[in-house]
Ligand binder design. Structure first.
Ligand code: TRH
Length: 380
């Protein structure tokens, strides 16, 4: 029976690499009954996402997944039936040799970063011959047919809708975090890299007629918040100016971070995994894309905007584009936010519509399982 999967994750920086692989590993184990081992080179990054785990990650079973530290000197271990190398992280040589020596060859997949660029469909699923004779297949997540889709647990949208239609569930969740918004307050979550456009946004929110509560899981953006307010947060981890209140939150577990996104009217997210989770929240979002050398990320940002804005009126599409461009450093964030306000209803309904469209496609875990099945059939 071909049911053992190894997923290898090298933490480049931040939490995206481990966030994606940890989520995928859990889903493969929970929904497909697979025996999944997750190898991570930086236990500290994993422990931030999963504080219940115990260092040094020597094979604990956590939420159905065996989580193992990937040490510099890799131990001799039995090779799995499917091997996922996340984000071209380069498998340990000893493991690659063991893969080549195995009688029943494993399926070797390189899980790539998410991109809406058109070339992705041409590369998804292609094999690349490796030294040692095994092919490695490139597996691309994506937003359109012909890609591997997006990570989405089987019951995610049903859970999200139940939560969003039960105000008491939201109230209870927020109260548990120490958040008690007044009735007419707009809730926004903020997860971003250092961002020079933040000041313009905060100024617009503070001057707005509607009160805003900005909820910020602790991280890299804190320094800029402190600079803008010119003071340390109050003992309740809050700042206040005009109609804006900011509240710092602890860094949440995956499940609670989802609930935070579901609770908010707008979500500012970054990188890859939080970006996808905000799409499943069905609410307008602001994406701080991971900046790449020579501005390569702009092509990626605009490719996504082209797809997303195709379902918006020209006015709403223009507002969405200027807002995202300004948030990523091209344009005036204050002006873009103010200009986007009349389009908020359209942006909200697009967020829900986009979520529904994306949910029609097979999710990434299912696409991987199917790819493996087909590969087995071809090999038989
Ligand atoms: O941390 P990131 O900036 O990760 C980035 C990107 O993945 C980028 O593409 C990659 O090249 C780079 O890492 C190396 O953003 P991302 O992808 O959203 O990952 C954050 C993870 O943290 C995600 O799994 C959600 C999770 N998270 C929580 O679990 N709790 C929290 O409170 C927050 C704010 C995030």
């Amino acid at each position: 029976m071909s049911n053992r999967w190894d997923i290898f994750c090298r933490v480049v920086d931040n939490y995206g690499d481990i966030g994606v692989t940890w989520r995928l590993a859990r889903q493969l184990a929970a929904e497909y009954g697979l025996v999944v081992r997750l190898w991570v080179d930086e236990p500290a990054a994993f422990l931030r996402l999963c504080p219940a785990a115990e260092a040094p990650l020597s094979g604990q079973c956590i939420e159905g997944v065996e989580v193992r530290h990937w040490p510099v000197v890799f131990p001799p271990v039995e090779v799995a039936d499917v091997v996922i190398e996340a984000f071209a992280c380069h498998l340990p040589m000893r493991y690659v040799e063991a893969m080549a020596a195995r009688q029943h060859k494993p399926l070797w997949l390189n899980l790539e970063y998410l991109s809406a660029e058109a070339w992705v469909t041409g590369c998804h699923g292609l094999p690349s011959p490796q030294a040692g004779g095994l092919p490695k297949f490139f597996f691309f997540p994506g937003f359109v047919d012909g890609t591997g889709g997006l990570l989405r647990e089987r019951n995610l949208l049903a859970q999200r809708r139940a939560f969003q239609t039960a105000p008491e569930a939201r109230g209870e969740f927020l109260a548990h975090l120490g958040v008690r918004p007044a009735g007419n307050t707009r809730l926004i979550s903020l997860f971003a890299y250092e961002n020079a456009s933040l000041a313009g946004w905060l100024t617009a929110l503070a001057a707005d007629r509607q009160p805003t509560l900005l909820l910020v899981p602790r991280g890299r953006i804190e320094g800029e918040l402190q600079r803008w307010f010119g003071a340390q947060p109050s003992p309740g981890h809050c700042w206040r100016r005009g109609n804006l209140q900011v509240q710092l939150l602890p860094f949440l577990r995956h499940q609670d971070y989802d609930r935070l996104l579901w609770s908010c009217d707008v979500n500012a997210v970054r990188g890859e995994d939080s970006f996808v989770r905000a799409q499943w929240a069905g609410r307008p979002l602001l994406w701080h894309i991971y900046p790449q050398e020579e501005g390569a990320h702009w092509t990626k940002l605009d490719a996504f905007l082209d797809l997303y804005c195709s379902g918006l009126s020209p006015q709403a599409g223009a507002a969405q584009k200027s807002l995202w461009h300004a948030w990523n450093g091209r344009g005036n964030m204050h002006a873009a936010w103010v200009a986007a306000q009349p389009q908020m209803a359209a942006l909200s309904s697009r967020a829900e519509g986009w979520c529904r469209e994306q949910a029609k496609r097979p999710d990434l875990a299912l696409a991987l399982v199917r790819f493996h099945r087909n590969w087995l059939l071809c090999a038989a």
